[in-house]
Design a protein. Structure first.
Length: 377
């Protein structure tokens, strides 16, 4: 249970502000961020510009209406609502505002009343004035309840089930052609000849596919971790070898005394430069490994949480994006590229040949993809 709580906390925490999500928006890579955090992050960008994800650096295009136009992350929002409700922070009558008034305020109205009631059929929090229209709907009066903790929990369960076009109807079918959850009215109107199935049936299919993708991602995560550990071992061995070579160089330099002091310094500088270049290369590989791990572990955590806690509609809504993201991560896997330190050997010079050019010895440097080159020192 502690592990599940930890995963839920991680998934409901914005990576930018490190606080619980406020209006989470989803990027194409499936990472979520608070709307205000994204607005600040992209403040110097314009619609159509490219920006990179703050977590995995995958680039995305700013929508025509700015970051506000990014898709709302419904599953993360449901986890946030549940977390608030479980902690007792989800219902506070003094802070709850009428959702209809808020919508009207966006259109120019300035009067926003507190929500004291909720419409179960529409999954909306309402003030008394706005609730009147729901009591005399053409198809019959909606169920209006006082907005208390019990009603808040009921709304949380219903959030995400409403059709995007028909707020008073629940989604019941999944359209494979459009990759969308639809209600019966949408199915009859705009999805009539499409390949549609009931959401639970589609969810069962996507569960298997998401699970399979997640297994592949988890396998790759383990491969990247092994590669990362091996790189660290290779770096340590390489540095140890370089240190031993430094000792040989110093011994040879001491034997030819003052005549080769300057040349000894040059050899040491070349070795130090080689270490520096190798460190930079290893660091570059390590950064790629860690970035890949962040993306794949994020995918893994999100997939497991979705499979364990997500409703069928959550799964179907995220399935296409998850599958595409999994393929993208697998296609860009970094284990194909691996750190290979240069092969360096040092051959001490015959010190009796003091006046020859090779006073100290010859150093051979070979990399995995390049032929060996000799350096006379």
């Amino acid at each position: 249970m502690a592990r599940a709580t930890s995963v839920t906390t991680d998934l409901t925490t914005c990576p930018i502000c490190r606080d619980i999500f406020d209006n989470p928006k989803s990027l194409p890579c499936l990472h979520a961020f608070c709307l205000v955090c994204l607005q600040e992050y992209c403040k110097d960008k314009y619609p159509g510009d490219e920006e990179s994800c703050p977590v995995c650096r995958k680039e995305f295009e700013i929508p025509d209406d700015g970051v506000d136009g990014l898709q709302h992350h419904f599953f993360i929002q449901r986890l946030v609502d549940s977390r608030k409700a479980e902690s007792g922070a989800g219902f506070n009558e003094d802070e709850v505002l009428c959702e209809i008034c808020l919508e009207e305020n966006d259109k120019g109205s300035s009067k926003i009343l507190p929500a004291t009631l909720c419409c179960v059929d529409c999954n909306r929090k309402l003030c008394y004035q706005c609730s009147k229209a729901h009591r005399r709907m053409e198809g019959g009066a909606h169920r209006i309840k006082p907005l208390d903790a019990e009603a808040e929990q009921e709304l949380l369960q219903l959030r995400g089930l409403a059709c995007d076009k028909h707020k008073d109807k629940k989604v019941e079918l999944y359209c494979h052609d459009c990759n969308a959850n639809v209600c019966l009215a949408c199915s009859a109107a705009s999805h009539r000849n499409h390949n549609g199935v009931e959401i639970p049936e589609a969810a069962n299919y996507f569960r298997l596919r998401i699970g399979d993708d997640d297994k592949k991602i988890l396998h790759t995560i383990n491969s990247v971790r092994r590669q990362s550990r091996q790189t660290k071992l290779d770096v340590a061995k390489f540095l140890s070898k370089i240190e031993n070579m430094k000792k040989i160089v110093l011994v040879s330099g001491d034997e030819v005394k003052r005549l080769v002091d300057d040349r000894v310094s040059e050899v040491l500088m070349e070795l130090e430069s080689l270490v520096s270049d190798s460190d930079k290369e290893a660091e570059s590989f390590e950064q790629r490994y860690q970035l890949a791990l962040v993306s794949m572990e994020s995918f893994h955590a999100y997939s497991r949480e979705l499979l364990e806690k997500g409703r069928p509609s959550d799964i179907t809504r995220a399935a296409r994006g998850l599958h595409d993201r999994a393929n993208e991560l697998l296609d860009s896997v970094v284990t194909a590229a691996k750190y290979c330190p240069p092969h360096v050997t040092f051959t001490p010079a015959d010190v009796t040949q003091v006046y020859r050019l090779n006073l100290i010895g010859k150093m051979t440097i070979m990399t995995e993809n390049q032929p060996g080159s000799l350096h006379s020192v």
